[in-house]
Design a binder for this molecule. Structure first.
Ligand code: ATP
Length: 291
């Protein structure tokens, strides 16, 4: 048997037997109030940095109508979630391997078709997604900016939400709105803030302070600040080169700060492990969708 065939068989074996593993599987939904604040770049490089720290991560693109993670990472996936539902494929058929152990599931560019999915299709989608329980330590959903009905469901069903903003007043105002609307639906949601494109950590702290003051008016608890990413030309360069900055420019300031965020995330996460995982996610999201 050829070596690559043997490798493929081993991978298949691992995937079909993953439920015997004991991974908890945390589901994180990544969002922003305003578009273009760096949410997808954050999601991709956060995933890669988590992997570098030993986590098994699956990144799922749910940016409705604008799925572009595959472009940022220079991949050309053969299938996406819509193909999966329409073609009766399995979740393993649509999961593509990227660089450095990244596993990516593309949402395609017409995921809003989900709105028209039949009850059987929706059940099928959820049953395939549920297979990821126990397969990865962390499932990251990159959702569209703002709050569409689908992305709201995703946030409300996830174990936690990472909200990305920049210091711009417009981005901040939209981020406040996202928190306010989500909090109105579930006061116990765990939201963590990332401020992207800051000039310095001092500016990041100032923005975080302002965010805390404003959100105190409608949150019972203080919002969690996960960290800051500097404004760094290497990010822009990496987008042009279709290679994530964490891999392309590992010594850049953006990569360094991202690694700090992951350290903070993993330290804090170990202390508060109350995830309901992919099974909980499917149970909750099924409750929002009338099947
Ligand atoms: N830290 C940063 N430093 C410099 N430029 C950045 C940084 N983060 C993002 N950018 C720039 O912002 C652009 C938009 O980033 P990205 O596509 O990740 O945003 P987004 O919030 O996902 O957008 P959308 O909501 O439209 O999907 C990138 O192409 C990059 O040029």
């Amino acid at each position: 048997m050829k070596q690559d065939q043997a490798q493929k068989l081993r991978e298949l074996y691992q995937r079909f037997n993953h439920d015997q593993q004991t991974r908890t599987t945390k589901v994180i939904s990544i969002t922003s109030g305003k578009g273009g604040v760096g949410k997808s770049n954050f999601a991709l490089n956060f995933a890669l940095s988590l992997i570098e720290s030993g986590q098994k991560v699956v990144l799922i693109d749910l940016d409705i109508g604008m799925a572009n993670l595959e472009i940022l990472v220079g991949m050309n996936p053969k299938h996406n979630l819509i193909d999966m539902v329409e073609g009766g494929k399995s979740i393993w058929d649509v999961m593509e391997k990227g660089p450095n152990g990244l596993e990516l599931i593309s949402g395609g560019s017409s995921f809003n078709e989900m709105l028209d999915l039949s009850a059987d299709d929706t059940n099928y989608l959820f049953s395939e997604l549920e297979k990821l329980q126990g397969y990865a330590d962390i499932i990251l959903f990159d959702t569209g900016a703002g709050l569409s009905r689908e992305s709201q469901r995703c946030h409300l069903a996830a174990d936690e939400i990472i909200l990305v903003t920049t210091p711009e007043p417009t981005a901040m105002t939209d981020a406040y709105s996202v928190i306010k609307i989500l909090h109105h639906q579930d006061a116990n949601l765990h939201v963590r803030l990332v401020v992207n494109r800051v000039a310095s950590s001092k500016e990041g702290m100032e923005i975080a302070g302002r965010f805390r003051t404003v959100t105190k008016q409608f949150l019972e608890k203080e919002i969690d600040i996960l960290g800051f990413i500097p404004n760094d030309s290497h990010v822009f360069q990496s987008v042009l080169e279709q290679t994530p900055f964490l891999l392309n420019y590992p010594k850049s300031q953006a990569a360094k700060w991202m690694k700090d965020i992951v350290k903070i995330y993993l330290n804090g996460d170990a202390k508060s492990n109350n995830s309901t995982g992919m099974k909980g996610f499917i149970r909750k999201i099924s409750g929002f969708v009338k099947i």
